[in-house]
Every structure is written in structure tokens, then in C-alpha cells.
Design a protein around this ligand. Structure first.
Ligand code: SF4
Length: 324
């Protein structure tokens, strides 16, 4: 049984008296200790998917309109708020792009880790503080004995993200969802944080869902990849298979948008056009207005899922030809 199973998930935003679909029937699973990367441009639905899994859509105009989310075999959509809270922050945790949205600026970081620990575990104040120092050491914060009493603004962006990781890991979760955890960081710090996450995963066996717009980040970190475009999974595969045999023009476009230091190009081949708005109707393949390979059939008919390998799928009429 997979640790996390998302089956035909549909999400919509209530707007101007109607529900506009933003996630249109996506399915994926994550096994224990596995890393899944979900990649796509802004607005593809990847972040809403992660918020739906974490149950963080309450009080927003966003609704889950269909499908199932199962964690350790439990249907998360059937749990009440109290049951959900018992899972979130202990067996499932999340880190966000901007740590300052999650860290309280007026409390010392140690106190925030201690509070998180004591919310989910029966542990004394003294033991929780000792554990907070251990966690800061684990995420490679220098001089953790002193830094435990720092306020968030006294730390660099990279250190704050490490504190968020420490807080997320404080209750030893089975699953960590990381939504663009390194986007706000410069390239060197980004690599340090990704290496740290990979190292912690290996040591603690935590499964990770890593959300990113950067296929390069996903390629370095993940066991398997789901490429999302306009609320659907365009292509999905184990990471090695995906790069050995790209089978969707959108994935190729994302790959060509990655800067490569020693590649002699004057500009990056960014994907032409823009992501369509959620209220725009597009007949046929949603990618056809931007796709360099689009044919008449693409403008008329929505592509079905093609299986081009054991676990490799593509929603493209020309999936076989797209793969070199
Ligand atoms: Fe491009 Fe057509 Fe494939 Fe869509 S179905 S990705 S438009 S080739």
C-alpha cells in the first residue's frame, strides 16, 4: 500500500458565482521513503494540490470537487478537523517557499520548535528545548546552543529555511511536502538546502513531495516526476526514464528552459506564449496554443493517456514520436 495515494483529484475555485476547475483529475502515489517531484509553471495547480493534501484549503474560495486522498490507507477527506490536525504536523508536515510566512517574527525560533513539539508529543519543556537544539544541529545551523534563542529576523534566508525544515521534521513525519522550498534562495544556498533534504531523507526515511517550477531541481532530487500543465499531469515517470525518453513537448520545453552553465547559447528557449487563464476554454490539448508540434488533431481532440513504459505515461497524441 502506498504511503500517499491521490486518486482522480479535482479542485476548483469559486469565482463570480461559478466553480472554475484548476486541478482536473490527477492521480499519483508516493511510497515510504520515496521522493516525488511535481513540476510545472505557476498556475498549473501543483501548490493547490499540496494544500489540498494538507487540508489547508478551509476558509479559502478553493474547493476539492472530486477524487480521493489517502494517507496510510486513511481517506483524508472523510476526517473531521480534529482528526486531521492530529495527522498534520506529526505524520505529515509541510514547508513553504517563504519561511517568514510560517515563522512567527516575535518569538524565538527555539520557542517555536518547542511549541510545535509539545503540541504533538508528551514531552517536558526542558526535553523539548534539548530536542530543538538537536534539530538545529541536524539541519546544520552553526552554534545551535546560542542560535536556539535567535529571532527569525536575526537569521539569513537559508538559515530560516533550515529552521522550517527542523520544525517540520520535529515530530518525525512519514511525509514531508515541500512547496518551492528553495525558490527564494540564491543558487549556492539552494543547493545546500536540497542536499540537506536529501541527506535527512536518507537518514530518517521520510517520503517527500517536492513542488517546484524548476525541472533541474526535481531532476537532482527526486525518484519520480509528475509534470503538470493546466491542472493535469502531462507526463509522469521515474526520473531516469523521463530524461532517457521525454514523451511530452511541454516537458521538453521545461527542460530547455533550464540554464546550463557550459551550454553555449545566447538565450534560453523559454516556452512560447503564456499559461491560459482558469476561465479560458481551450478545445483539444490544453498545450496546443504553445506547442511547437501541434497538429490539427491537437486543436480538436483532448489527448488520452498513453503508456509508453512500465510507469511512464504521457498525455500527448504523439507521445511515441515525441520520445526520441
Ligand atoms: Fe503538442 Fe499535440 Fe502533444 Fe498537445 S497533443 S502536447 S499539442 S503534440
Amino acid at each position: 500500500m502506498p504511503l500517499l495515494e491521490v486518486d482522480n483529484l479535482e479542485i476548483a475555485i469559486a469565482m463570480r458565482g461559478q466553480l472554475l476547475p484548476v486541478v482536473r483529475g490527477i492521480s499519483f502515489s508516493v511510497d515510504e521513503g520515496e521522493t516525488l517531484g511535481i513540476v510545472g509553471e505557476s498556475g498549473c495547480g501543483k501548490s493547490l494540490t499540496s494544500l489540498a493534501i494538507m487540508g489547508l484549503l478551509d476558509g479559502t474560495p478553493v474547493r476539492i470537487t472530486g477524487g480521493d486522498i489517502r494517507f496510510e490507507g486513511q481517506d483524508l477527506r472523510q476526517l473531521n478537523r480534529r482528526e486531521r490536525r492530529a495527522i498534520m504536523g506529526s505524520r505529515m508536515a509541510m514547508i513553504f517557499q517563504e519561511p517568514m510566512t510560517s515563522l512567527n517574527p516575535v518569538y524565538r525560533i527555539g520557542d517555536q520548535i518547542v511549541e510545535n513539539l509539545r503540541q504533538h508529543q508528551k514531552i517536558s519543556q526542558k526535553a523539548a528545548r534539548a530536542r530543538a537544539i538537536e534539530l538545529l544541529e541536524l539541519v546544520r545551523i552553526p552554534e545551535p546552543q546560542q542560535r536556539v534563542d535567535s529571532y527569525p529576523h536575526q537569521m539569513s534566508g537559508g538559515q530560516r529555511q533550515r529552521v522550517m525544515i527542523a520544525m517540520a521534521l520535529s515530530c518525525d513525519p512519514k511525509l514531508l511536502i515541500a512547496d518551492e522550498p528553495t525558490t527564494a534562495l540564491d543558487v549556492t544556498v539552494q543547493k545546500e538546502v536540497l542536499d540537506l533534504m536529501a541527506d535527512l531523507q536518507e537518514r530518517m526515511g521520510t517520503a517527500i513531495v517536492l513542488i517546484s517550477h524548476d525541472l533541474g531541481v526535481i531532476a537532482e532530487t527526486c525518484d519520480k516526476v509528475a509534470v503538470m500543465y493546466r491542472g493535469k499531469i502531462a507526463e509522469a515517470a521515474p526520473t531516469d526514464d523521463l530524461f532517457a525518453r521525454l514523451a511530452h513537448p511541454y516537458t521538453r520545453g521545461l527542460l530547455n528552459s533550464i540554464p546550463v552553465v557550459d551550454r553555449d547559447v545566447e538565450w534560453l528557449e523559454a516556452i512560447p506564449g503564456r499559461v491560459p487563464g482558469i476561465d479560458e476554454d481551450i478545445e483539444g490539448c490544453a498545450f496546443h496554443p504553445r506547442c511547437p508540434r501541434a497538429q490539427d488533431i491537437c486543436r480538436r481532440n483532448e489527448p488520452k493517456q498513453h503508456r509508453i513504459g512500465n510507469e511512464h505515461t504521457s498525455h500527448c497524441h504523439f507521445a511515441e514520436e515525441a520520445a526520441p
